[in-house]
Design a protein around this ligand. Structure first.
Ligand code: 5GP
Ligand code: ZN
Length: 139
């Protein structure tokens, strides 16, 4: 446990939260911001900084729970869609450095949460085969 980590404190019940699901490795609780009604965070109880440096077995357990939470939001809250999101580092919007997955139920397209993927104006000058091969080398 990292003593200054808010999500470690939530995982260890030092700080209260509205828990939706819990087992030995994973806990899911309502995000304080409630970007949309039912917005839930799924975290590993063990501290890892982000999605990319979480051991695969733990990451799989968190993603399994995220899927189930999304299904429950559709079934029980009347959500029409769900966004599943994990921010890695501040450039991607991460503000709490303890691995977490947002499960954000969607009711309308125009709500407090929006992902906008604009076309890169430089897209035409990028070589997609070269880019693909560069990424492939890192696998
Ligand atoms: P990030 O920006 O790192 O992807 O997401 C962090 C999320 O944690 C934010 O959506 C924020 O509202 C939520 N959050 C931060 N502090 C607390 C807290 O003390 N309790 C709960 N339930 N959520 C928190
Ligand atoms: Zn932590």
């Amino acid at each position: 446990m990292e003593k200054d980590c808010m999500f470690c404190k939530i995982a260890h019940k030092i700080v209260p939260s509205s828990v939706v699901y819990e087992d030995d490795d994973v806990i899911a609780f309502l995000d304080i911001s409630q970007t949309t009604k039912g917005h839930t965070l799924v975290i590993s109880k063990e501290h890892y900084d982000n999605f990319l440096n979480t051991p695969q077995e733990v990451m799989h357990k968190v993603m399994d729970v995220a899927q189930r939470i999304g299904q429950a939001q559709m079934l029980m809250l009347g959500a029409k869609g769900v966004n599943i999101l994990s921010n890695v580092n501040k450039e991607a919007g991460q503000s709490v450095y303890h691995f977490h997955v947002h499960v954000i139920p969607r009711y309308l397209a125009s709500e407090g949460f929006e992902i906008s993927m604009k076309e890169n104006p430089d897209a035409k000058s990028l070589s997609l085969p070269a880019l693909a091969s560069t990424i492939k080398k890192g696998l």
